[in-house]
Design a protein around this ligand. Structure first.
Ligand code: FAD
Length: 457
């Protein structure tokens, strides 16, 4: 009987820089496995599912069509697959999210009961959550010292792997166990999605390296292609941040350093979620529980207008329509629309976060919930609550010619230049709404509500 092990892919859908392959290389035969877990599939929006399925098809092809896909609760199906192929070890990249960590504990126990092992090697991060701690062993709660300690901690060089690193087992040799299924068909979505998979990730990264040295100047401009658009590839592990950081290390520019800092934000939020899993659903700063939020029919109607991009504030509407059109939104505009939802409409941040998670192709629990909480003022390093984004001046500053707004809001295409950020000054075109709120008044209302948070401290 050949010695067999399993590589169970989750958020690491690639063959390059893949530590699980190195761990599995001693086995005579290795089974490549992916589990369609209903608990993760159900809450993923169509964009993420379609992207995931594309990644799986590409991964399977890279492995010579040797990816076994099964459906079910991993705690049940992974041990059954291991038994069917007589694998002694299941290699995984560790998952630190609230659901994934608990699921893995269950799988580990079920495997151990049958004398098998779950072996964790690597993670979706350069430095695994929980590793970077203060000198007294406590976790960081503020980004800048985390980033410094994270850089000092350092990370491994990319692992030298390819599909040929191990000998893949033909999944049809599996005798019994859960039924193999096809990778599902794409889910119909209106959004135009990025090309899925490892090859596309590498091509996108190579293209971005041509402009990385200008990143510091262009990253805040939604009207320009100045950011890397790597987020969905990082989310699904089509490329590992270690690979990205190794390339950045060859660059001396300030912009490359700025980009490294963005990767550090991703790692910081993963660390925060690991330390405080409750922050996915609740205020990280619990004194914000005292903030009065809008409820009832009016709140529902305001939420609908925000979701549809019909608030009457052009930069907000452009962002919300970009989200629908591309399942992605520029970071600057994510902050503007989030601030508008929380501080102009007084709606709970988790309503907005849930909508983002339904539509975003890069929707990631740690980055999304904490990005929202940062804007809402209830998170780590929160921008001070009294700093309320003005959607007009933000638009004029970061979309100075109005090109971004005109691209996504066709009703406003007749207004030239930055005047598009205040259409009411030149006459709101037919079909486009008047501003749904008075920003100045709602800003004051937000500050008044905030008094209750201060009183709760
Ligand atoms: P780039 O500017 O090229 O940045 C490079 C990479 O750094 C990104 O791909 C991402 O992995 C990481 N990064 C950059 N900014 C941040 C940040 N603020 N927090 C964490 N990581 C960051 N990012 C997600 O990946 N998934 C989300 O669900 C998500 N939701 C967000 C919600 C809100 C309200 C806000 C304000 C931000 C959110 N972000 C999220 C962070 C950021 O907006 C996106 O990572 C970025 O826009 C992705 O585009 P890019 O790859 O071109 O970014």
């Amino acid at each position: 009987m050949p010695d067999r092990s399993i590589v169970w892919f989750r958020r690491d859908l690639r063959v390059a820089d893949q530590p699980t392959f190195l761990a599995a290389a001693d086995s005579d035969e290795v089974l490549a496995l992916f589990v369609l877990d209903p608990a993760l599939i159900a809450p993923s929006g169509g964009a993420r599912l379609t992207f995931l399925y594309g990644c799986l098809r590409e991964l399977s092809a890279a492995l010579g069509d040797r990816l076994l896909v099964v459906e079910g609760d991993p705690v049940d199906v992974v041990p059954r697959v291991a038994e069917a192929v007589s694998a002694s070890v299941v290699h995984v990249a560790a998952d630190f999210g609230p659901y994934g960590a608990k699921r893995d504990e269950g799988v580990e126990k079920a495997l151990a009961d049958a004398g098998r092992e779950l072996h964790r090697i690597g993670s979706p991060y350069a430095v695994a959550p929980g590793r970077v701690v203060k000198s007294d062993g406590d976790p960081f709660k503020v980004f800048s010292p985390f980033r410094r300690a994270w850089a000092d901690h350092g990370w491994r060089d990319p692992a030298d792997t390819s599909a040929a690193t191990v000998t893949w087992m033909d999944p049809s040799d599996k005798d019994g166990g859960p039924r193999a299924v096809r990778v599902p068909d794409d889910v119909a979505v209106d959004a135009e999605l990025p090309e899925p998979g490892e090859r596309a990730a590498r091509a996108a990264w190579r293209d971005f390296l041509d402009i990385v040295d200008e990143y510091g100047d262009t990253r805040d401009r939604p009207d320009r292609p100045g950011t890397s658009r790597m987020s969905q590839y990082l989310k699904y592990g089509c490329i590992h941040p270690r690979t990205i950081l190794a390339d950045l290390a060859q660059r001396r520019s300030e912009s490359a350093n700025t980009y490294r800092t963005e990767i550090a934000w991703r790692e910081f939020y993963a660390d925060i979620l690991f330390q405080r899993p409750d922050s996915a659903r609740r205020n990280y700063d619990r004194s914000f529980d005292a903030l009065p939020v809008a409820t009832g029919k009016e709140a529902d109607a305001a939420f609908e207008a925000w979701k549809e991009g019909r608030t009457g504030f052009p930069i907000v509407d452009a962002g919300m329509r970009q989200l629908r059109a591309e399942a992605w939104m520029h970071n600057r505009v994510r902050m503007i629309v989030a601030s508008f939802l929380v501080k102009d409409l007084h709606l709970p941040w988790w309503w907005g976060a849930r909508h983002f998670m339904q539509l975003l192709v890069d929707g990631d629990l740690a980055s999304n919930q904490h990005g929202w909480q940062w804007t809402a003022g209830s998170g780590t390093d929160a921008s001070p609550y009294f700093r309320v984004f003005n959607p007009i001046t933000q638009g004029e500053r970061f979309d100075p010619n109005g090109d971004y707004v005109r691209k996504y809001v066709p009703e406003l295409r007749g207004i030239e230049g930055k005047a598009v950020h205040q259409p009411w000054k030149v006459g709101v075109p037919e079909g486009y709404p008047e501003p749904m709120v008075d920003h100045k008044a709602e800003r004051q209302e937000a500050l008044d509500r905030y008094e209750q948070v201060k009183n709760a401290r």
